[in-house]
Design a protein around this ligand. Structure first.
Ligand SMILES: Nc1ncnc2c1ncn2[C@@H]1O[C@H](COP(=O)(O)OP(=O)(O)OP(=O)(O)O)[C@@H](O)[C@H]1O
Ligand SMILES: NC(=O)c1ccc[n+]([C@@H]2O[C@H](COP(=O)(O)O)[C@@H](O)[C@H]2O)c1
Length: 290
């Protein structure tokens, strides 16, 4: 993308965001990569929508890996990816960068992701038609049950569509924390979400979340009814796929680390964020004061 097209994309996102925030809508798609001029109002052929919800502050190589591995598992036009910017977080107050910068970086992530997928599909002998479209969306809903319902109710996708939410293990634990579900504070509100949709959870190793075995045990415990006293159903475990993440000897990647690198050691960005995102952070001077 040229500097001028990035500038004009940022302006477009800025005004679309203002409209969205002022509206009563809970979810909206603000862009698609590649731009799809002939797109139908409802995406008919799409059966599976992978959803990566994040603050994208900034998008990282972990976000790229989570998305690409999910899409590589089910290539073809029946899959689509939604990069979903959460304008309200369940726990964290909003921090820099501006939402319009994050939307531009999500678009750059989508382009890097499609380039990566194209090269992976070529190795498997599949053509470009199998590289999915990627939607850039926004939601005001902080909780996954409500995000999923807002996507369903928007009418943007077919009603039979299954959503596969791509999260890390740290987020799975929070989805299963009853503190988020007042007034009863049980896990029962997860029922419609985990009946209709799935979670694809990337392991995130570290002292906060435990090692590989502990993360597998967490899911087995759910499958064996260990959370029934909190209102969870053991069969929900069938809707949750736990996949490998960064290896124990590899550098952990996070948006926090990327913000710190942008501020103190920009050369460190190379191993944390996709190339186009790195160039944008540097040329727009994002996160300088972190
Ligand atoms: N390295 C990672 N491994 C596994 N999951 C990850 C990783 N980075 C992000 N995720 C997951 O991606 C989703 C969105 O990530 P999020 O925006 O919270 O990134 P983050 O790096 O944790 O952000 P921050 O550092 O600002 O807290 C969450 O479900 C999170 O668990
Ligand atoms: N119970 C839930 O559905 C729940 C709990 C905590 C965070 N979240 C969401 O997970 C996403 C990622 O959160 P963090 O950026 O805090 O890691 C955000 O959209 C946040 O609002 C959802």
């Amino acid at each position: 993308m040229t500097t001028n097209s990035i500038r004009s994309l940022r302006t477009d996102y800025s005004s679309a965001l203002k409209n969205f925030i002022a509206s009563s809508r809970a979810f909206e798609v603000l862009g698609t990569v590649p731009i799809d001029h002939d797109a139908p109002s409802v995406h008919e052929p799409c059966k599976t929508l992978c959803v990566l919800d994040s603050s994208f502050n900034p998008p990282t190589l972990a976000h790229l890996k989570m998305s690409s591995s999910a899409l590589e598992e089910s290539p073809g036009p029946s899959s689509r990816l939604l990069l979903l910017l959460a304008t309200q977080n369940a726990d964290k107050p909003s921090q820099p960068a501006l939402f319009e910068d994050r939307l531009v970086m999500m678009t750059l992530l989508a382009e890097d992701l499609r380039t990566y997928l194209r090269s992976r599909l070529a190795i498997s002998g599949l053509d470009d038609g199998n590289v999915p479209h990627i939607d850039i969306g926004v939601t005001k809903k902080p909780y996954f049950v409500d995000k999923a319902a807002a996507i369903e109710e928007s009418g943007v996708y077919t009603s039979s569509l299954e959503q596969v939410h791509l999260t890390g293990f740290d987020t799975l634990i929070r989805i299963f924390n009853p503190k988020y579900y007042p007034p009863e504070h049980t896990l029962r509100p997860l029922e419609p979400f985990l009946t209709r949709h799935r979670l694809r959870v990337r392991m995130r190793l570290g002292c906060e979340w435990g090692g590989r075995q502990e993360q597998q045990d967490y899911l087995s415990n759910l499958a064996h009814g260990g959370k029934e006293n909190e209102g969870a159903k053991s069969e929900w475990a069938n809707q949750i796929q736990l996949v490998e993440g960064t290896k124990e000897d590899e550098q952990a990647v996070s948006s926090t680390k990327a913000r710190m690198a942008a501020s103190h050691r920009p050369e460190g960005l190379d191993s944390l964020v996709p190339r186009n995102v790195r160039d944008y952070i540097i040329s727009w001077g994002l996160y300088k004061d972190e």
